[in-house]
Write a protein that binds this ligand. Structure first.
Ligand SMILES: [Zn+2]
Length: 353
């Protein structure tokens, strides 16, 4: 358990808030970098106050993935934006978009196929250099002063070391940091007047930037349904036409679509569960499902354009339940909002005491 004092946590949060309020953002890179560091702390870090070494290639890959959806056209071409792709920079388009664009087009936008592209390694190493020279250099400049509270810089071009306590704080405050970073990113895109004709009167910017199109989710419902014997993942009742794809670890806690986090459920069960974590019996079933059919599920979801990494999806679940246990949270059992407290036995399912 943590030795971080409440005072140290508060000081960390204040710096994060100042970073967003007073940092300089001529491009959206810093938002993407904060999201990257937070997600990787969840997937690779632990609940101690140790330093965390992040391979810069992993940082670059996540960075690319965060821009992936946004490399598609938001709308028809305008005078300012000939390809209809949102501008991520006040000047010319951000280099990272240009870097991934060719691969994006070659693999028809399927991120699961990107790593198999012949140019992928080369692109990641170019993006690594961009991240190293731009957002990593500038992220910790707050109000004109440099405060290296997250990591030392310059760092090598191989590994970024998050300082003691940083990974732990990112894990703990991840929902808040994600919200701040996403809101700032959306605001930056909106605030760029050259994007204005492209944005028009549409109001789906945030879901375009960070979500999965409904049509794409609808395509996986029958696949999941078949793998679940046409039964609701939660109540085990027969599924009918109104089945909905559900994020087992709710989107509000970890806003990224990954293959093994999907289940299909009755609309009623899905709506009742909402943003809660599922109770132990569901968690056991989910872990068991991924154990037994994880490979097949991963492959089928990849075909539908979703990234598959069972190891990191399990780490995300372990983190989500660990945090909920620490905060004495409740889990959803079944409809009419029946809940139970998340106890140590939940955490033990992940093989930790
Ligand atoms: Zn159900």
């Amino acid at each position: 358990m943590s030795a971080l004092s409440a005072r140290a946590q508060l000081a960390f949060l204040e710096k994060i808030q100042r970073l967003f309020d007073e940092g300089e953002f001529s491009a959206t890179y810093k938002f993407a970098l904060m999201l990257t560091l937070t997600e990787l702390a969840i997937e690779l870090g632990g609940d101690d106050d140790a330093e965390l070494a992040l391979p810069l290639d992993a940082v670059a890959e996540r960075f690319a993935l965060l821009y992936w959806r946004q490399a598609s056209s938001y709308g028809p071409a305008t005078d300012e934006v000939e390809n209809g792709i949102l501008l991520q920079n006040l000047g010319k388009q951000a280099a990272v978009i240009n870097q991934i664009l060719e691969i994006y087009n070659d693999v028809q936008g399927n991120p699961a196929r990107a790593p198999g592209h012949p140019q992928w390694q080369r692109t990641i190493s170019d993006i690594r250099a961009i991240v190293h020279n731009m957002p990593l250099r500038h992220l910790q400049v707050i109000g004109g002063q440099t405060d290296r509270f997250l990591y030392d810089y310059p760092c090598t071009n191989k590994v970024l070391i998050l300082k003691r306590g940083v990974s732990h704080n990112l894990r703990r405050f991840s929902p808040l940091i994600q919200q701040l970073a996403k809101a700032g990113w959306v605001q930056h895109i909106r605030g760029n007047r050259r994007n204005a004709p492209l944005l028009g009167k549409k109001d789906d910017l945030e879901s375009f930037m960070f979500g999965t199109p409904r049509a794409q989710l609808a395509r996986i419902a029958p696949i999941l349904s078949q793998m679940q014997d046409k039964r609701c993942f939660y109540c085990q009742g027969k599924l009918h036409s109104q089945a909905e794809v559900d994020h087992f670890i709710p989107w509000s806690r970890y806003p990224r679509d990954t293959a093994h986090n999907f289940v299909v459920a009755h609309r009623g069960c899905n709506n009742d569960k909402r943003d809660m974590l599922a109770a132990r019996k569901h968690l056991e079933r989910w872990l068991d499902r991924n154990d037994r059919s994880g490979r097949e599920l991963g492959e089928r979801m990849q075909e539908q354009g979703f990234v598959s990494n069972i190891g990191s999806t399990t780490e995300v679940a372990k983190w989500a339940y660990g945090e909920a246990f620490r905060m004495q949270g409740f889990a959803w059992i079944e409809t009419r909002r029946q809940t139970e407290m998340i106890d140590r036995e939940y955490v033990a399912l992940f093989g930790v005491g």
